[in-house]
Design a protein around this ligand. Structure first.
Ligand SMILES: [Zn+2]
Length: 133
């Protein structure tokens, strides 16, 4: 299998929901939802908002605790866009690197996945863990 095949999900992803919105150039409306479960940006999300929330998303990817950033929840953070007209709720989730199945963080197993010319350390669900052994 080559690394260019679409067989990869980031072990940490995000659900981003617009919880408040006033008229803006990205036409955001309350209730819009975006998902990040790989290494691309979600279609339709304001580029300025994404650019400014990226440090938060990155801190989440390295297991940052959102309660240390003023949130009540370890995995959730409220985020205001730079123009302060749109408010997003950003919720981190965990998923299997191989199949994308969502699990609790504690349910991910560390394993190795072999490709033609390299081996990756992966975090996988119980089913994929069994298949990789
Ligand atoms: Zn899996």
């Amino acid at each position: 299998m080559s690394s260019t095949e679409k067989d990869w999900f980031e072990s940490i992803g995000y659900e981003i929901e617009v919880i408040e919105a006033a008229p803006c150039r990205a036409f955001h409306e309350k209730g819009q939802k975006y998902q990040i479960n790989n290494y691309t940006t979600p279609n339709g999300l304001c580029m300025e908002a994404f650019h400014s929330m990226y440090p938060l998303l990155f801190s989440g990817k390295i297991e940052g605790d959102f309660t240390k950033l003023g949130s009540d929840d370890y995995n959730t953070r409220i985020f205001n866009c730079p123009s302060r007209v749109v408010k997003f709720k950003i919720k981190r989730f965990y998923q299997c690197n191989t199949c994308g199945y969502r699990v609790d963080k504690e349910e991910l197993h560390q394993a190795k996945k072999e490709y033609n010319d390299f081996v990756l350390d992966v975090n996988v669900c119980s089913t994929c863990f069994s298949n990789l052994k």
